[in-house]
Ligand binder design. Structure first.
Ligand code: DC
Length: 226
């Protein structure tokens, strides 16, 4: 029988990461943070002095970079390891996000990462977080969610996260950055951010994480026969 897969796609700041981690822990499923793969690629490229216009080198790096994720026992985000070194903080930073959005628009990079992402679908199941999980990477997923929130709310959440990490940014800058990144992710030719035809659409604006998780778990119980 096919490994059960739940995909959660949507723009950054919609709450996908937090929601997916809770879902994966509750269900005992594996977790794929596909954005972290694109972010890790951006960090690896900077480290190896590969420019974002050097497509052949980026594709090779995407296929072969030594990246792994380790679930933390607590509620903390998983650790990201690149070439044996923990790079979690750098990978989650604003600069890696900006560069990730650029490398993610390159078809050769997406093709190279496709197989790596599919390899995460292992028993007892997978929760996959990204932009094209339900449309491209796991088109046969049993449950597809498209999670959104208003750009103001997403920027506010990002602002809170950055302040907690001791980084600085103004809300106005972040709203602009959120809108800019959305536009680039939505308008790119390959795997643009859009809901799968069979996705369940949820808007997390004004909702708590628990409410969103409960809605997805209810749908999962129905579709995955949990
Ligand atoms: O979700 P995130 O902010 O970590 O994603 C970083 C960038 O990677 C973002 O600009 C969109 C891109 N991305 C993508 O194109 N496809 C995915 N499946 C995940 C992320």
């Amino acid at each position: 029988m096919a490994v059960p897969v739940i995909t959660v796609d949507g723009p950054s700041g919609a709450g996908k990461g937090t929601v997916c981690l809770i879902l994966a822990r509750r269900l005992g499923f594996h977790y794929l943070d596909s954005g972290a793969l694109y972010r890790a690629l951006a960090v690896a490229a900077a480290r190896h002095q590969v420019g974002v216009d050097n497509i052949p080198a980026l594709a090779v790096l995407a296929a072969h970079m030594d990246v792994s994720f380790a679930m933390e026992p607590s509620d903390a985000e998983p650790l990201v390891m690149l070439e044996g070194e923990t790079v979690t903080r750098q990978v989650r930073g604003e600069e890696a996000g900006r560069q990730a959005s650029r490398v993610a628009a390159i078809p050769e990079v997406r093709a190279a990462l496709l197989r790596r992402q599919r390899a995460f679908a292992r028993a007892p199941g997978l929760v996959a977080d990204g932009r094209d999980m339900g449309t491209v990477v796991f088109p046969d997923a049993q449950l597809k969610i498209f999670l959104t929130a208003s750009s103001e709310e997403r920027a506010r959440r990002r602002h809170k996260q950055l302040i907690e990490k001791g980084e600085t940014a103004t809300l106005a800058e972040l709203i602009e950055a959120v809108n800019e990144r959305d536009e680039r992710d939505r308008s790119r030719e390959i795997a643009p951010l859009c809901p799968a035809a069979d996705a369940l659409r949820l808007d997390s604006t004004g909702q708590t994480i628990d409410e969103v998780v409960a809605a997805i778990l209810a749908a999962a119980k129905e579709r995955l026969a949990l």
